[in-house]
Ligand binder design. Structure first.
Ligand SMILES: Cc1cc2nc3c(=O)[nH]c(=O)nc-3n(C[C@H](O)[C@H](O)[C@H](O)COP(=O)(O)OP(=O)(O)OC[C@H]3O[C@@H](n4cnc5c(N)ncnc54)[C@H](O)[C@@H]3O)c2cc1C
Length: 375
């Protein structure tokens, strides 16, 4: 069995799989080590929204990272289809950020002005017009900020397609293989120890989602991250009830293929527990019925929970450890890991190849922006 690679990627979530895909495209020998199964954690819990302007809102390095990633989806969807046959269900179907209070009307209209000034497409849709385009919306909705360029994918299919494409290009994936510690020689990381032996590599990338911090502690590295539990559920309708995604302050409703709707998501900081609770789901149900009353008539499908990786300053970590050589980290994508997966794969592949990334991304997402301790 081969034990030496150019790059070891830890974690087969959307982030690890995207990194492996980009590196494999560049001819690197890559192995993904995954303690469970591919797309088994947050990446299959996600609703799959590509909410670059919906979720990130104001100009910042993260906003620009999200927008860059969003532009990568059309080509990525085509490439993944031709490499793997998997359709990631990419749709640029727009997101309506709906206002139910006068305060939200004012807030969203000023957000529209700010985003228009940045050259971003978004406009206000008044209640009457909104009812014509989306008749299933409650008449209580006062209007919406419409973002035509935000869209969606199937999060699970995206993750599995990235993994399969990486394998088609030569990568290996070893599931049920937990990384316990790093092989360190002085300040250089040379590989990892797993439950099934030692693997060596020129570079090691930690893409372990909310569990990255636990693993990095083994190397004496303290990251400032924490888990945020999220619950979701899905229902089925005979006809597609809504065309665009409906995003309100209390929930979102994402229309999927075949009349499915994904409704999410709760936020419970500090929890690693993946159980579905009656409280969480009933709160989402009430919130969903307030914006799209017809949801109450839909057929129940299922509910689930996942753990988002969040950081103290709400920015992902994308970069090489400042002191431990050849150790890279890509985590902390919080609510936007599906959106940010393509650009993250490219950024980490560039860094490993020694290609400079955009200056503002380098300083905003580098590991030592918050002092990272090495014991
Ligand atoms: C309910 C919910 C809804 C969401 N909706 C959206 C959305 O609509 N749009 C969007 O962009 N984002 C969304 N997100 C966020 C998105 O899902 C995450 O940001 C993203 O999946 C994080 O990907 P990841 O690869 O970092 O983590 P994960 O998918 O959690 O993958 C990490 C992997 O690393 C493995 N691992 C960890 N430690 C080790 C180890 N020591 N050895 C080996 N393997 C290890 C884990 O087993 C896991 O498989 C949502 C999240 C949730 C929970």
């Amino acid at each position: 069995m081969r034990t030496h690679y150019d790059v070891i990627v830890i974690g087969a979530g959307v982030i690890g799989c995207s990194i492996a895909y980009h590196l494999s495209k560049r001819g690197k020998s890559v192995i993904i080590l995954e303690k469970g199964s591919t797309a088994g954690k947050a990446s299959s819990a996600a609703a799959g929204m590509l909410g670059a302007q919906t979720e990130l809102e104001e100009d910042s390095p993260l906003f620009r990272l999200g927008k860059q990633s969003r532009t990568m989806f059309p080509d990525l969807a085509a490439d993944l289809k031709s490499l793997t046959g998997i359709d990631i269900e990419y749709e640029k179907n727009g997101i309506y950020k709906v206002a139910r209070t006068e305060e939200q009307v004012v807030r969203f209209q000023s957000l529209i002005n700010a985003q228009n000034q940045l050259g971003e497409e978004t406009h206000w849709v008044a209640a009457e017009q909104l009812q014509k385009g989306e008749p299933a919306l409650s008449t209580d909705v006062l209007g919406a900020m419409y973002i035509p360029n935000d869209g969606q994918v199937s999060a699970t299919k995206l993750t599995k397609a990235l993994a399969q494409a990486a394998v088609t290009l030569g990568a290996e994936i070893r599931e049920f293989t937990e990384v316990h510690r790093f092989v360190k020689e002085g300040v250089e990381i040379k590989g990892v120890e797993t439950n099934s032996g030692l693997n060596r590599a020129e570079h090691v990338v930690v893409a372990g989602g909310a569990w990255s911090e636990t693993l990095l502690k083994e190397a004496g590295v303290n990251l400032e991250t924490y888990p945020v539990k999220g619950e979701c559920f899905s229902v089925k309708t005979r006809k597609r009830l809504i065309n665009g995604t409906i995003f309100s302050d209390d929930c979102y409703i994402v229309p999927k293929a075949g009349g499915r709707l994904i409704i999410g998501a709760t936020e419970r900081p500090g929890l690693f527990d993946e159980t579905v609770t009656l409280d969480g789901i009933s709160r989402l149900m009430e919130a969903a019925k307030k914006v799209v009353p017809g949801v109450g008539e839909a057929e129940w499908e299922k509910a689930w929970a996942g753990i988002r990786p969040q950081t103290k300053d709400a920015l992902p970590y994308l970069g090489e450890h400042p002191e431990l050589k050849h150790l890279f980290v890509a985590t902390g994508h919080y609510r936007n890991g599906i959106l940010l997966a393509p650009v993250t794969g490219e950024v980490i592949a560039d860094l490993i190849d020694g290609i400079a990334i955009k200056k503002d991304w380098n300083s905003a997402f580098q590991m030592n922006r918050i002092p990272v301790q090495v014991q």
